[in-house]
Each structure stands twice: as structure tokens, then as C-alpha cells.
Design a protein around this ligand. Sequence first.
Ligand code: BT5
Length: 221
Amino acid sequence: MIIEECESTNDLAKKMAENGAPHGSWISALRQTMGRGRLGRKWLSDQGNLYLSLVARVTDQDPLTWIPLKAALATVQAVKKLKSGVDLKIKWPNDLVIVDSEGVRKAGGILCEGVGSRGGTFIVIGIGLNCKSAPQIDQPTFSLDLDVNLLRPILVEELLRELESSTNQERYLEYSLFSRGDSIEWTDLRAPEKGTFTGTFESIGKLGELLVNTSEGRKSL
Ligand code: BT5
């Protein structure tokens, strides 16, 4: 379903799921007035970009930690179906970025929110993608210049396909911003006072975690 405006499509998709909407139901808005990122951050949601949330019904057997990664993979694949030359990469875990001579610029992001109790558990997969314009913020941003009406059905199809398929580290790594041996820096959000850590990217683990080599040995993030 496509609507003009809402606060956040994730909120509406949660309500839909709570009211019994089946797996694969989705809602998309032309603009959001209170789009959300992770950890209370804002997602700027001007008219003309993609804002879509899909209800995924999940079971105990599903590797839930892979869902955001699968959603990112599906988004890259959908974009490439419309514009094969676009070099959209996944910056683990949930950023969609373009990398070129101007550096790394954010074009989209994924916000997965899990709700419900076992038995009726669902995850809302929220995707924001700058198709028409990119907001001016204190970080580099990018707009993909895509027709959002063409992208929407392809994205839903790719999402459903990814959710059905088994997890695949190799395919994910193909679109990962990080390659083996790349230096990476991170902070522990639970203990920011510890400052920045450094290491080199090794791979993606079985649960979708980031495996890095540090001076103290292998760590999973
Ligand atoms: C994300 O969070 O990247 C997840 C964004 C998910 C948005 C979708 S839209 C449909 C659904 N409904 C919602 O309400 N949300 C989902 P995070 O990694 O926390 O990144 C947030 C940060 O990205 C902000 O603090 C800004 O720095 C930057 N940012 C905000 N809006 C942006 C935009 N339109 N384009 C690029 N960067 C943006």
C-alpha cells in the first residue's frame, strides 16, 4: 500500500502486523514526518525518496540476526536491476553507501524492529533510500536518481526472495564496503568512554557478525 505521508512507515507496519497482516505485507509513504534511524537517530524523509516497511513473519528457526543484512542485500540487488552500473555498497550492518572519488556517501539505511512474542513474532524491515534527493547534513549523503515507482515492486520481490533464501556470506561480501584486510575503526556503543578501537576486517560470521583481527586477537562485533 502506498500513502502520501505518515510519521514512520515502521510504526504503521507494526500496527498492520499486530492486526494480523501476513508475511510480505508492506507499506510505503511518499514522505515521513518522523522517520527514524537506529538508536533514536532521525531519518530525513523528504518527498520523492523511498520509505518502505515490510512485515516479515519469522520462526524460531530463522537466523534473525541475518535479517538486516538480507534486507541490505535485497536493496542493492533491486537498485542494480534498475541501474546496473551503480556501485552501491553495504557498510555493515545497515548503511547503503556509494564510494567514489568523493569518498563514502550515504544513500540509504535499514531499520529492523522486532515485535511480538514467540508464536506470533514478526520483524518490521524498514528501508529508506535517497532516490530523488539527498539531505544536506553534517555527513556526506548521496541520491541515486532512481524512479521510486519502478523501484518499489522490484525491492519487495527481492526482499521476499532474500528472506526465503539461506544465508550466504560470500554473496554479502561481494557487496560489502569492507574487504578482507581493510582497516576499520569502531566504538563500543555500550561503553563509548573506552574510545575508538582499530583492527582489520576479516569476514562476516555465521550470525552475520563482523569478524575483525585486532592486536588482541580475533573479535566479533
Ligand atoms: C539508518 O539509521 O540508516 C536507518 C534508516 C532507516 C529509515 C527507514 S525509512 C522507512 C522506515 N521508517 C522509518 O521511520 N525508518 C525506516 P542510522 O544508521 O541510525 O543512521 C541515521 C543517520 O543517517 C542520521 O543520524 C544521519 O546522520 C543520517 N541520515 C539521516 N537521514 C538521511 C538521509 N535521508 N540520507 C542519508 N543519511 C541520512
